[in-house]
Structure formats: C-alpha cells, structure tokens
Design a protein around this ligand. Structure first.
Ligand SMILES: Cc1cc2nc3c(=O)[nH]c(=O)nc-3n(C[C@H](O)[C@H](O)[C@H](O)COP(=O)(O)O)c2cc1C
Length: 395
C-alpha cells in the first residue's frame, strides 16, 4: 500500500480516519484523565536546545551501539500488544520496516504472530515478557524467545492491574466470532478498508508467544488478561529471570533512581525509563522529566533507554542529550501501521531518521555520541515540566 506521511501527527490523523473508534482509542488512550499521556509529550517541548554555532556539520552520524549492537539511529520499536487489530501487516510488517531502517523491534508478549516469523524479518528482534503464569510461564516464554532467535529479553515490570480506560467505552473483541462481529458493526460499517484488511489477515486472535493455555494450545486474547496481573514480578523474580537468560536483559518501566539501582544489582544490562505511555497510572511524572536523575545515577554502568511521548527526531536528540542511549516509540509507529501497514511504519521511521540527522546538524553536534547537556539550556523545574492539561472529554 502506498502512503505519504508528512509527520507523526499526520500519521495520527490518517489512523483516526481509518480505524474504528474503539481501536483508535485503544492505541491513543491512557489511564483516567490522561495527564501523564499529555505530560509525556509536552515535557519534550520544555527541553530547549542551545545550538553550538560555526560547526558546519554536513552529515551528522546517527549510529549508536545499544545493548551490544550498532543500530542506524537511537530508535527502537516499542512492544505493543494486540496490534493485529490495527493492520494485517502487524508485527512481521513492522519488523520488516524496522529492519530496512536498520533498527530493532521489540515485540510484545501479547503479539499476534509467532516470534520465529518476526525474527525471520529482523535479526534484531527483542522479546518483551510480562510475568504471565508465574515463573513456569516465564520459563516457557524464555525458551520460546531463545528458540525463535530473539536477541534481547525485555521484562516489563510496571503493570500490576488491567482496569478500563475512561475513553474506551467498549472493550475490543477478544475473538472474531459472529456475536462480536454484530456487536462491533456500528464501529466498522463506514470503515470497509480496515475491515477487509482485518479479514484478509485471518480470523484468529491468539497470543502465540504467551505461555501455552492449560490445554496446550495458544492462549486466547481474553485469557491472557486474567493471568497477566495475577503475579507481577518482584526483584527476586527479576534476579531469577536474569539467571534464565544469557543475552542482554532490559528492564522496562523504571521511574525512580532506587529502582534503577535495583535493576542494576539484579544484573540487568539496561533499563527503559518509562511509565508505559501513561497507560498504567495517571499522575506519575513525564518519563523524560525523571530521565536526567536516573541517567546520572546508572548510565555509566548500564544502557539507559527511554520511552513515552517521543514524537519526532528532535525529541530523540533531546533524550540522548539528557543521557539516554536510545528511545522506544509506541504510538507513532502504530499510527503509521494504521495509516499504511508496513509502508506506513517505514514512512514514520524515515521521518525519525531525517529528524535526528537534521536536529544534530542544526545544533552543531557531529554525532549522537557527542551529545551532552551543553547542547541544552538549563532544565526547568519538575512542576513546570509536568504541567499538562487534564483531558476530560474524548471526542
Ligand atoms: C496500544 C499499546 C499497547 C501496548 N502494549 C504493551 C505491551 O504489550 N507490553 C509493554 O511492555 N508495553 C506496552 N505498551 C507500552 C509501550 O511499550 C511504550 O511503553 C509506550 O507506548 C511508549 O509511549 P508512546 O506511545 O508515547 O511512545 C503499549 C502501548 C500502546 C500504545
């Protein structure tokens, strides 16, 4: 599918037009009043550049080494669950687009395509796990990740309950049967493109990378939710998981210096400073506002990544100047996927690549490695960073 996307906001607008409202809100929505979702984005605008003049940078170097491998720019596709409902290209399409852009993709424990099929598209595939079904479930998932050829294990530790979002008035269907099709009809009758693409991808909506269901088959979307939050991981579990996996281990969802230190003590190779894109708790600070203190504490020992609110190449450069090795992007790639499948993701990634290079040149910095705080103005205080409007209506 050919698609022209001029900005991440443009991709969002196309996604809004193409997706049924329930699916669009599933992507964009966050917890309660979505202050944290807004804060994640707005905080980047409060990090001001301080360009170095007279440097005449012709072609800035965007490559960077993350968790032991060089990648084309400091951007990784974030793990996002249930995306088969966004576009039939789903994870394999996004993995191909990421590969073409020279970057990794992290796939969700709740992804809809088998991990080995995704790894076949991108040899830098990261596998994200939740603590589904306790240590037994984790063991099975790690074996699956290893057999599929995933390079990095991502353990998400910040999800302990799944509660409804204010803006989502009806749950997404957990399986494609007649009853769900009828219930969902008012949402989709005027979006035939989305419906045809969904049907072309087949009717199953399982989670083939989650631990097997009790009958030994793939876990259905509806079952996973129940098991997911039964046993959120403790630091003992993190240390145990470290022993089960030889490759790089990234802990996702760290928002405090003390927890970053715990992750380090448990043997993690990296952390992602993250509030789950504002989807878990409303009222925690913007991820980028806690990045400087966490990077100061541990970035000399482990790779510090960041996710939440990154919307353009300039935001990537801001995060790296504040001490991040790289960022993960969630909603921007999903909007691209909704707008044009694999080609839409490729388009969004090109925008990021150009944006990172152009921003480096504009601030007189020759490479990502050379970025530091001298390219930024002094930071505002935390209350200003997190001053975001409360969203009370979801039109
Ligand atoms: C639709 C959607 C589904 C998500 N599913 C997962 C998931 O399965 N596992 C996980 O660790 N994070 C999940 N996340 C969180 C993302 O990995 C990431 O932390 C967040 O999207 C970053 O914020 P951004 O969307 O502003 O870039 C999800 C996010 C979205 C938007």
């Amino acid at each position: 599918m050919s698609v022209t996307i001029s900005s991440v906001e443009h991709a969002r607008k196309l996604a809004r037009r193409r997706l049924p409202p329930a699916v669009f809100h599933y992507i964009e929505g966050g917890k309660e009043n979505e202050r944290t979702v807004r804060a994640n984005e707005l905080a980047f605008g409060r990090v001001l550049f301080d360009p170095h003049l007279g440097e005449a940078i012709k072609r800035a170097e965007t490559k960077v080494k993350v968790l032991g491998r060089e990648i084309a720019m400091p951007v990784v596709i974030a793990p996002t669950g249930f995306i088969r409902i966004v576009h039939k290209d789903a994870e394999p399409g996004a993995a191909r687009a990421a590969h073409a852009a020279g970057i990794p993709i992290a796939i969700s424990h709740l992804s809809g395509a088998p991990a080995r099929d995704i790894c076949a598209q991108n040899d830098d595939t990261w596998f994200q796990i939740y603590m589904i079904n306790g240590r037994e479930g984790v063991k099975a998932s790690i074996e699956l990740a290893r057999a599929a050829g995933c390079r990095v294990l991502v353990l998400t530790i910040d999800l302990s309950a799944i509660t409804p979002f204010d803006r989502i008035s009806r749950a997404l269907p957990s399986k494609a049967d007649l009853a769900n099709a009828i219930a969902f009809l008012p949402e989709v009758w005027d979006r035939p493109g989305w419906l045809l693409a969904l049907l072309a991808g087949g009717l199953t909506m399982n989670c083939p990378n989650a631990p097997p269901s009790p009958d030994g088959g793939a876990m259905a979307v509806g079952d996973v939710g129940k098991l997911l939050t039964a046993t959120p991981p403790t630091w003992d579990d993190v240390a145990w998981i470290r022993k089960q996996w030889d490759g790089p281990l990234l802990i996702k969802g760290v928002m405090r210096v003390a927890d970053a230190r715990r992750a380090l003590e448990c043997g993690a190779d990296g952390i992602s400073v993250s509030n789950h894109g504002g989807k878990v708790i409303d009222g925690v600070p913007a991820a980028v506002s806690v990045l400087p203190e966490i990077a100061e504490a541990v970035a000399d020992k482990i790779d510090v990544l960041l996710d939440g609110g990154v919307r353009r190449g300039a935001d990537v450069v801001r995060a790296c100047a504040l001490g991040a090795k790289a960022v993960l992007i969630g909603r921007p790639y999903l909007w691209g996927l909704a707008a044009g499948g694999e080609a839409g993701v490729a388009s969004v990634l090109r925008l990021f690549q150009r944006g990172v290079a152009a921003t480096l040149s504009a601030i007189g910095c020759p490479s990502i490695q050379a970025l530091d705080r001298s390219f930024l103005r002094p930071l505002p205080d935390r209350t200003i960073w997190n001053d975001a409007p409360t969203v009370t209506r979801f039109d």
